[in-house]
Design a protein around this ligand. Structure first.
Ligand code: PLP
Length: 311
């Protein structure tokens, strides 16, 4: 068959090409103070549905480049869910098996999605949360290092590098260099570290702040309570200009507001990010522009009671 001339091979893409370049959404409807702009990166629009597509893509491509992810290797890592779904999707394209260690209490949607892309799931002690999953994956890798590619997202510089090369530049461009504050919660801390580093290099006056769960025993899935858990190797506190605490109830209430006032179905950590960003915005002078992240979709929490208004 002869293809018409406009039908060029260069137009073909695969899911790797669909990662990133997400829109920046204006959160005006949530009522930031007059003269203060609040915006959020719509990371749920990434092809596997979360911000973690960026880090997974970067770590897998880095593994291929270094020759550490040969065709015989199985991708193995610890994840609270979203990175695992991203590895599973990209691993399918690369033809690599994917094994994920995740806490048994990770929600069913995440386990089902990762399995839908063909990943194998190893459930770890829910009481040990993400630290338990990390130690379990590390033990499996150390027992058979020749079998696995272990990206080790908590300690892999290619994780924050993804955000230094993509999330940061996108925000800079989308705000025409007028961003004054960046704020988000921490899982591995890759999103915060890479984005903060890029933005501060562009303008050292940009303030970069973190959102933290207000208690070690919280229900903000994917968000780490730094003071009480293993500190990721990629985390560098010197980039943190301030911290806003958010309760699980505040995060969940904000996820419902995003859905019901903005038509944005985002997850619980997105609710935490926006709740923290609104607290920050209330302290800022007119002319400020704060950006946060909607890390994943609310459709990932449908089995949760999140969407029911508390009595
Ligand atoms: C759903 C979700 N996952 C992950 C993250 C951040 O992950 P990491 O710190 O590993 O880059 C965020 C941050 O906002 C998030 O909302």
């Amino acid at each position: 068959m002869v293809f018409p001339p406009f039908f060029r091979l260069a137009d073909f893409m695969d899911v790797f090409d669909l990662v990133g370049d997400t829109p920046l959404l204006d959160l005006e409807r949530l009522g930031p103070p007059s003269g203060v702009k609040l915006a959020a990166k719509a990371e749920f629009l990434n092809p596997s549905g979360s911000v973690k597509d960026r880090a997974a893509k970067s770590m897998l491509l880095d593994g291929l480049r270094r020759g550490a992810l040969g065709p015989e290797k199985t991708v193995l890592d610890a994840t609270s869910g979203n990175t695992g779904i991203a590895y599973a999707m990209l691993g399918a394209v690369l033809g690599r098996r994917v094994i994920l260690h995740l806490p048994a209490n990770a929600n069913q949607e995440r386990k089902t999605l990762a399995a839908a892309y063909g990943a194998v799931i190893v459930e770890t002690d829910p009481l040990e949360s993400s630290d338990g999953a990390f130690l379990s994956a590390k033990r499996a890798y150390e027992a058979q290092p020749e079998k696995y590619f272990f990206p080790d997202q908590y300690n892999n510089p290619a994780n924050p590098q993804a955000h230094y090369e993509t999330t940061g530049p996108e925000i800079w461009r989308q705000t025409e260099g007028r961003i004054t504050h960046f704020i988000c919660s921490l899982g591995t801390s890759g999103t915060f570290m890479g984005t903060a580093r890029f933005l501060k290099e562009k303008n050292r006056n940009v303030k970069t702040l973190i959102v933290q769960p207000d208690s070690p025993f919280h229900g903000i899935e994917g968000a780490k309570h730094m003071a009480s858990t293993i500190k990721p190797g990629i985390y560098d506190e010197s980039q943190v200009d301030g911290e806003w605490r958010v309760s699980t109830d505040e995060a969940r209430a904000m996820a419902r507001r995003l859905a019901r006032e903005c038509g944005l179905l985002a997850g619980i950590s997105s609710g935490a990010n926006v709740a923290g960003a609104l607290k920050l915005a209330a302290t800022l002078p007119p002319g400020s522009l704060a950006v946060t992240v909607l890390g994943d979709s609310g459709s990932r929490y449908l089995s949760d009671e999140l969407w029911e208004e508390p009595a």
